[in-house]
Design a protein around this ligand. Structure first.
Ligand code: SF4
Ligand code: SF4
Length: 119
């Protein structure tokens, strides 16, 4: 159970929003323009930090830490949306454990980097 690091979510689907603090930190690593909307910056896709894999993995923003596409087997092509992921969590304890840990870690990271998130 893991992210297979295929990079599809970095290149295509979904908006990655950044707190101003995250944007500032990432801008220092590599300057890039991001749209600002409702208090958050939005990383343009394909993500400027994707270089065959995430080039800033240890510094990846909260939303990247929070995200999983729902693929449970390498090579899966599907993208599960939140409701479907919750159903999968109810029927697959290993997946539930993976997502729960991922979300808890992301909340902890986010709350140290400009987000106000609740577990
Ligand atoms: S979350 Fe999914 S789409 Fe994104 S890199 Fe991992 S396996 Fe690929
Ligand atoms: S910061 Fe890294 S994990 Fe997040 S979208 Fe960009 S390349 Fe992917």
């Amino acid at each position: 159970m893991n992210c297979f690091k295929c990079g599809e979510c970095c290149k295509t689907f979904g908006d990655i929003k950044l707190s101003p603090e995250e944007y500032k930190d990432l801008y220092e690593i590599k300057p890039f323009n991001a749209e600002f909307d409702n208090g958050k910056y939005i990383i343009p896709k394909p993500c400027v930090f994707y270089e065959n894999e995430c080039s800033i993995y240890d510094h990846r923003p909260t939303m990247c830490r929070m995200h999983h596409c729902g693929r449970i087997n390498e090579g899966d092509k599907r993208v599960e949306w939140m409701g479907e992921m919750r159903i999968l969590m109810d029927t697959n304890p290993e997946y539930k454990e993976f997502i729960t840990k991922m979300e808890n870690d992301a909340v902890e990271y986010g709350n140290k980097h400009g987000w106000s998130l609740h577990k």
